[in-house]
Design a protein around this ligand. Structure first.
Ligand SMILES: Cc1ncc(COP(=O)(O)O)c(C=O)c1O
Length: 437
């Protein structure tokens, strides 16, 4: 006899994949403070208009709640495996002795290049092609965004140039090979390809690099090369919009099992995977349609939400960008490299920052030695069987901590963690942090 068991994989049918992206801008509790020009120097808005996609800038300012996903992009999303499943972490729950608390996780790690970053890479590459560009330039920290954009560029027959934070570039050899296989040009940042990179190297020859420096290099490269456009993988509003497919799918998946999450947890660097899963839920909370809490997990190496100040700041070290109102540690701050280097950015995106100011988003930061993070990753691997990216392991750590705290208090809760990426190209970090020979 076949018994009816509760499935731990919740798969959304392809026909249910969203036709529109969600834009939280009109639903925010107060208007988002607009980008500002600094008091001196050339116009940063004009600079962005020259270096970025028209469509990205138009989505950046959009006050439309729903933005139709072009059919070609929907096809590419489905080609790369969307919708992605939601899992119930039954084995992890058992291991932790949870009786009242339920743990779920969304599988962005199942992407072809290993993370959620393909959701916006595909969209930006598509619009670049449409706007007649031939080359995409960008920065990358963990290497996940650089790989995602290299992949998207290849699918759309475009060139891709990646400036990769040196401290990560030097140890993630296999991820570099993957970018090369897609045909991208990859430079360790600070590099000698740009004036900004050369200036940094002149002052600090052994500079390990940062996302802020790599962004400056990507922008400068786009400005100085014909038909080249700069693509950003996090922070900005258009990236949050294009990542909303994560949360929109997750809402439908929870509806399918008649369950409502009480807490959504994601790791946070600039905010794109966190925003991607959380913003569609937050929109419903703001409209009074649901109750849910939101927790961003970050590193003490870059605790922008936890220790930053809410003020106008540049998005990059060379001050190419306009000033954006964000929780920031300061665009010139020195941050110690970590293994989850995708989280090492000085500021959280403007939308997430505004929601933090309103206490709708809460944040926690874990010690920069990352011991507890890699232990959580090992526990997840040994119970659920999937190897998370170091960045995603922050969400797992925070999810587990919240689960244990709630269970100890004798309460129930449904927690959903976003697994933003897999760790197959991060095994070097696992070897070092968990002392595996
Ligand atoms: C797997 C993964 N998760 C999370 C992040 C952090 O970025 P964001 O805050 O934009 O999601 C990165 C950044 O590189 C990443 O590679």
């Amino acid at each position: 006899m076949v018994t009816c068991m509760e499935k731990d994989q919740i798969s959304l049918p392809i026909d249910e994949f969203p036709a529109k992206w969600y834009n939280i801008m009109p639903d925010l509790p107060e208007p988002l403070p607009p980008p500002k020009e600094p008091e001196s120097g050339p116009s940063r808005m004009e600079f962005l208009a020259k270096t970025m996609l028209k469509e990205s800038l138009s989505q950046e300012m959009s006050t439309q709640t729903w933005i139709t996903i072009p059919e070609e992009i929907r096809e590419l999303y489905i080609h790369m495996g969307r919708p992605r499943p939601l899992y119930r972490a039954k084995r992890l729950e058992k291991h932790l002795g949870l009786k009242k608390v339920k743990l779920y996780y969304k599988r962005e790690d199942l992407s072809p290049t290993g993370s959620h970053k393909t959701n916006t890479a595909i969209a930006q590459a598509y619009y670049a092609k449409k706007e007649g560009k031939t080359t995409l330039s960008t920065e990358t920290g963990a290497g996940q965004w650089g790989t995602a954009l290299s992949y998207a560029a290849r699918l759309l027959d475009l060139e891709c140039v990646v400036f990769w934070v040196r401290s990560v570039h030097d140890w993630k050899i296999d991820r570099k090979t993957l970018m090369h296989l897609f045909g991208a040009k990859v430079y360790a940042s600070p590099s000698k390809q740009t004036k900004c990179g050369k200036d940094v190297l002149a002052n600090t020859p052994n500079n390990p690099g940062s996302l802020g420096i790599a962004i400056s290099e990507g922008l400068e490269y786009a400005e100085t090369h014909e038909n080249t456009v700069y693509c950003l993988g996090s922070v900005l509003n258009h990236v949050m919009i294009q990542q909303s497919v994560i949360g929109l799918e997750t809402i439908k998946q929870f509806d399918m099992i008649d369950e409502k999450p009480d807490l959504i947890v994601g790791c946070l660097g600039g905010g794109s995977n966190f925003g991607g899963i959380a913003l569609p839920f937050i929109g419903e909370v703001l409209k009074g349609k649901r109750e849910c809490e939101f927790l961003a997990a970050q590193s003490m190496a870059a605790p922008n939400l936890v220790k930053g100040e809410y003020k106008y700041d540049f998005g990059d070290v060379a001050e190419h960008t306009p000033l954006l109102k964000m929780f920031t540690l300061g665009h010139k701050v020195n941050m110690t490299p970590i293994k989850a280097d995708g989280l090492r950015y000085h500021a959280a995106g403007p939308i997430i920052s505004l929601l933090k100011k309103h206490d709708i988003v809460k944040a926690v930061a874990y010690p920069a030695d990352e011991k507890s993070i890699f232990e959580a990753a090992r526990l997840f691997l040994q119970s659920e069987g999937w190897l998370p990216a170091p960045e995603s392991s922050y969400a797992i750590r925070a999810g587990i901590d919240e689960a244990l705290k709630t269970e100890k208090a004798g309460k129930g809760k449904t927690i959903c963690m976003n697994i933003s990426g897999h760790g197959w190209l991060d095994l070097e970090a696992y070897r070092e942090k968990l002392v595996i020979s």
